[in-house]
Design a protein around this ligand. Structure first.
Ligand SMILES: O=C(O)CCC(=O)C(=O)O
Length: 231
């Protein structure tokens, strides 16, 4: 089985996969030096989403630096998105979320209202900047829950914590029950969320509306297409 097929298989059966070393040492250095300024500059009016309490947060992140103009097109993440959502799939949003100390204990939830089942409507990609473990708020998932229309269980005995190294991208079927866990250590846990949907679906960040003219003027054609700027 090729590496791509193995990720596809894992998403089909478990609802998620982990892709290692997508972000390289230079990328991590850049992101660690830049994310705090981006969090500080977050403005709900300009960026379009509401800041969740207890987190560092960024929305409309494509607008923040040319680094983000092509990040979400990287292989094999974009290949996996196209496999499930079609060649013409689009980016719904690029956000970043970091639970602060003793915050982040999200309920298990699905990121989409579409019913769980065989059909895949949207996938989230979690770009891990700091590494996650049980003490700093690792994302937790209930494997297989993308296939069954079940409520989030109170008992989390079958839930697993995605303990992964910096540079990993976790790809999650948006119908999978998942959530951040509490960051009891207070250690950094910066993760970028690149959410992909099928062409024609509503974007979480209406990129046409929120991208600045300065950014729009320099985006490569492939990025314009994935952001649905000319649709
Ligand atoms: O960052 C995470 O661990 C998951 C975040 C999430 O699921 C959400 O904010 O809806």
């Amino acid at each position: 089985m090729t590496e791509l097929n193995s990720h596809i298989h894992h998403i089909l059966t478990q609802g998620f996969t982990t892709v290692h070393n997508v972000l390289k040492a230079d990328d991590l250095k850049f992101l660690r030096a830049t994310m705090d300024d981006i969090y500080a500059a977050y403005d709900p009016e300009r960026d379009g989403l509401r800041l969740p309490e207890g987190y560092n947060f960024s929305a409309n992140t494509v607008d923040k630096h040319p680094f983000f103009h092509t990040l979400f097109l990287r292989s094999p993440v974009y290949d996996i998105m196209r496999h499930f959502l079609g060649e013409d799939c689009i980016l719904s949003s690029l956000n970043s979320l970091e639970p602060l100390k003793d915050q982040g204990n999200q309920s298990l939830h699905r990121d989409t209202g579409t019913p769980p089942g065989e059909q895949v409507y949207s996938l989230n990609s979690l770009w891990v900047v700091d590494g996650m473990d049980r003490k700093n708020g690792a994302t937790r998932v209930l494997p297989g829950s993308h296939l069954a229309d079940i409520p989030a269980p109170e008992d989390e005995k079958d839930v697993i914590h995605l303990e992964v190294q910096p540079g990993t991208v976790v790809i999650i079927n948006a119908s999978l029950l998942h959530g951040a866990s509490a960051n009891h250590s207070g250690r950094r846990r910066r993760v970028l969320h690149g959410y992909f949907v099928r062409k024609g679906a509503q974007q979480q960040t209406d990129q046409k509306k929120y991208l600045s003219p300065k950014t729009k003027a320099i985006l490569p054609p492939a990025t314009r297409r994935v952001l649905a700027l000319d649709d």
